[in-house]
Write a protein that binds this ligand. Structure first.
Ligand code: ZN
Length: 242
């Protein structure tokens, strides 16, 4: 059986569903490859890495303070020990030796105390730097998380919509009375990469698919299409509902 044009208007509804299906697919594809989300995710990864680095700097600086304190304590203990020995007395040679050692230790202690202060300064600076940068990093992280959550929510909605439209399409196709016309419709729709309009209204001398306003001669030919033939746009080949 060849397609007949009597069922053609029924295809407009199917075309509407197919167009909406295509829109959901395109939108989902657009969301999945969106530059903005990719850029935000990259910023988020950088923010996470940067905040880990800041943590490491702070930890290292704190360890530096602990080590410097230990060093000072160690030298102070040695000085105390030598002073005790000095007070216990001995030969003048021994006492001179101890005094010399104490002088050396005092110089070492002064240097260690200076190093301790410098370590404390570094730790303070590291903590302040972290304090300053962390809110920005957290904001970048939160922004990316929100963008991803919003995208995922929209994708979920699109999936639901796609399922609903697919079911509607199946229902419309199953009940369509002219299988040959349906086959022609699907052929036109999926031609050249697919996603094409296959049926449209012809109104005011204009094709509803490509928007071409037909010349008077073309319009006359189209309008005189025999009943047994499915009218088609001379420009884009869609089937036209006259
Ligand atoms: Zn056209």
């Amino acid at each position: 059986m060849s397609p007949s044009r009597s069922s053609l208007p029924g295809l407009l509804e199917l075309q509407g569903v197919d167009s909406r299906l295509l829109t959901t697919v395109n939108r989902a594809r657009q969301l999945q490859t969106a530059e903005s989300v990719a850029a935000l995710l990259q910023r988020r990864a950088q923010a996470v890495a940067a905040s880990r680095e800041l943590d490491a700097v702070v930890t290292a600086a704190e360890e530096g303070v602990t080590a410097a304190e230990a060093k000072v304590e160690e030298i102070r203990a040695k000085i105390t020990r030598d002073e005790t020995r000095l007070n216990a007395g001995g030969t003048s040679k021994e006492l001179m030796g101890i005094q010399h050692q104490i002088a050396t230790l005092v110089a070492q202690r002064d240097a260690a105390e200076e190093a301790q202060l410098a370590a404390m300064d570094r730790a303070e600076e590291a903590a302040a730097d972290r304090q300053r940068k962390l809110p920005l990093l957290r904001a970048a992280d939160a922004e990316a998380r929100t963008a991803v959550a919003e995208r995922d929510a929209e994708l979920a909605e699109l999936k639901t919509e796609h399922e609903r439209l697919s079911a509607e399409r199946a229902r419309l196709a199953a009940s369509f009375p002219d299988p040959a016309l349906l086959a022609r419709y699907d052929e036109l729709r999926t031609a050249r990469g697919g996603g094409r309009i296959a049926v449209a209204r012809y109104e005011n001398g204009t094709c509803g698919a490509c928007g071409t306003r037909l010349s008077p001669a073309d319009a006359a030919t189209l309008e005189a299409t025999p009943e047994a033939v499915v009218p088609q746009c001379p420009e884009c080949s869609v089937m036209l509902v006259l």
